[in-house]
Ligand binder design. Sequence first.
Ligand SMILES: [Zn+2]
Length: 444
Amino acid sequence: MPNAAVLPADSPTLTTQTIADAVRALTPYMVETLSDFVAAKSPSGNEQPAVDFMEGALRDLGLASERIVLNTAQLKALPLFSTPCCPDGGRYNLLATHRPRARGGRSVLFNGHLDVVPTGPESMWRQSPFSPYVEDGWLFGRGAGDMKAGIVCALAAFKALKDLGVQPAGAVGFNAVLEEESTGNGALATVASLRSAVGAGKLASFDTVLIPEPFGESLMNAQMGVFWMFVELTGRPAHAAYMTTGVNPIEAGIAVMDDLRKLEAEWNLPENRPAAYRDHAHPINFNLGQLQGGEWNSSVPCTCTLGIRIGFFPDMNVDDAKATVAQHIRDTLTRLGSTLQLNIRYEGFHAPGCDFDLDNAPMQALAEAHRKVHGTAPLRQASAATTDARHFRIMLDTPVTCYGPDARDIHGIDESVSIASMIRVATTFAQFLHDWCGVEPAVD
Ligand SMILES: [Zn+2]
C-alpha cells in the first residue's frame, strides 16, 4: 500500500466503484479513440500519422506535447543503443506531462510505443488491418493490441478522474515513442533526455514507469534479451546442369538454421533457465523472420541472407550471446567444409534482458489497484520478448513494469484487443493514479 503520509493532505478520496463507473462511461471514448488511432497507420519508419493523432488526443486532455527527436549521432555512444534499420528522418517521440497545482503527490510516467509491425498480405486479413472494427467485444486491426489499446487505457484513466472533478496531485507523464519493435531507440531518446534534464536540474524525473503492453493484466517480472542479426552467405554460382561444381548459400543457410535450433534447445534446457523462466513453455526463441536469396531456378544462387531474431536469458550478456551464436554459425560452415563467404551484420535490437522488482512501493500500489478492481492479486509473468522497460530499469533505475490489456494475434493476422479488458486496465490505472499520486480538485 502506498504510504498515505506522502499524499497531499487535502487529497479527496474516491471509492473504487465511483472510479469504475467513470471509466465505464468512457467506453465509447475508448473505442472511438482506439479505432482512429489504429487507422492512423504507423509502420516502423513511417509513424507520423499516429504521432499526429497522439498529439491531438493529448491536446484534447489539456496536455501539451514536447517533441523529442531521434538523433542517432547523439544516442550512438549509449550502451543500450541499437543500430537502426531506417534513417532518423527528423522523426520524433512525444512527451506530455500533467503537472499538479500544488506539489506533493508522487509521479508516474506512462510509456507506450506508436510503431506497429508489418501486416503481411492484406488478403490474409478478414478486413483491412487499418480499417478497425469491433466484433464480439474485440477491436480488430494492426496495432490494436500491440500497443495502441494500452495507451488509450492510460489516457482514459486520466480523463475519468477529470470527469469526476479531480486530477492527479503528482506529475503524470505520457511518453509516446517510436522504434520499440526494432531497436528501442525511441525510448532511449526519451530516457537520455530525461537523464540530462535531471542532471541539469531542470526537471524532476518520474518515480515509476508503467508500460501498458498487452500483458493480459499481469505484471511483468522479467524480460528476455534480444538481438537481431543478418547472416549473409555468398556461394559459388553455376549452371544447374553442373550444380555440383557450385556452392549453394541457400542450402547452407538451411543448415545454419538447423544447427541454431540445437543451440536454442540447449539454452531452453531446464538446468539453463533462470528462476523466472522455469515454468515457461519455450522462452528462448530463434526466429528466422526473413530469408532472401537466389536469382533463377536453373542457377546455383549467388547469395542468401537470413534475418534472425535471437532471444537470450537476462543472466547472459548481450555481447557474449552474440559471440556464442556467431561461433555456432562459423562451426556449421566449417562442418560443411564449405568455401562460402560469411558476413554477419548486426542491425536492429541490441537489447540485454532484465529482471524487475515487483515488491517496491509503486509496484505494490499497482498490484493493490488491480486487486481493488478484480478482487484478486495480479499474476506475475516473465516475458519471452523484450520491451522498452529495459531503458528505465537499466539507465534510470526507476521501478517499471508492463501491465496492459488482453490481446490476441499480436504480430499475426487479425490482431485484436478485448474491450472489457481495456476497461479493467483503465480502471486499475485510474485507481493507481488516485492511490499513488493522490488527487486534487481539477482545474476547470
Ligand atoms: Zn509492443
